[in-house]
Ligand binder design. Sequence first.
Ligand code: NAI
Length: 302
Amino acid sequence: MSEIRFDERVAIVTGAGAGLGKTYALELAARGAKVVVNDLGGARDGSGSGTAAADLVVEEIKKAGGEAAANYDSVATIEGGKNIIKTAVDSYGKVDIVINNAGILRDKSFLKMTEQDWDMIHDVHLKGAFCVLQPAFAVMKANGYGRIVNTTSHSGLFGNFGQANYCAAKTGLIGLMNNLSIEGAKYNIKCNTIAPAAASRLTEDVMLPDLFNKLKPEFVTPLVVFLCSEENTDTKMIFNCGLGWFSRTELVCAPGAIIGDGKRPISAEEVRDEWSTITSLDDAKPLPTVTDTFAYIGELLS
Ligand code: NAI
């Protein structure tokens, strides 16, 4: 089996001071990548900051013979994002890989959720991806190469009680991936998204202890490493992973029903009467771009 290597590649892993991000940083470095270990070093709810989290991971990488540089900026500001990319460019000359992983939680049921709970989650997860990816994308475009992995969640894909802020922000990352896959296509920039399940401080009080002990972050790492590699040529895909389970989730469009002839008015009753066909996912398929959606409508109407 040929080994997947990252010699001469420069990777940024956000939130790499703990949990999943730490495993990505360690594994990429062990396979030859020069890694920027970004971590704000704050608490689970986004408060506070510190340098220890990133420093300890850099130390561990260096002890094992790898190359790494620490960065302590928050992903949640434009300035922070620029600085993270600057750390990579100043230290190693470029950016080939970005893993958007930094995350916090501020769970509350919808009616109890404050504006601050909403904004902080969006700032870290969704705006954070923008802040980091925009300057990184410029470098990747200039070099004609990039591998981006975003992190959504099953809460973002399917919903979860008490996480309106997190569900919405994590779904937003799918939209960002869809766009970057399209805009990155001609520059060999591939962007994919994972929905992991792993034991970490974010999940310690939401999982039963037995499951928590089994869900080691290292079970997610191999997928992320492959997605970051040159060998991966797929883009715009969403992957579920945890405990050895790897599968795809996809947004699909079904043929549904055609009502009327495109000229006469359509009534609500006609929609009601076709409801089982309209809601059926039979023969559903993903559509590559919005242009393909219009072509698909044309095809169905012809
Ligand atoms: P974690 O709490 O162990 O790691 C997240 C890291 O991000 C922390 O070290 C934290 O200091 C850092 N961070 C937080 N805000 C930051 C900021 N503004 N700038 C830079 N760094 C920041 O959590 P875990 O579980 O490893 O989560 C990683 C990602 O995976 C998150 O995006 C999370 O939402 C996502 N995720 C995790 C799941 C799981 O089962 N653990 C499930 C679904 C999604």
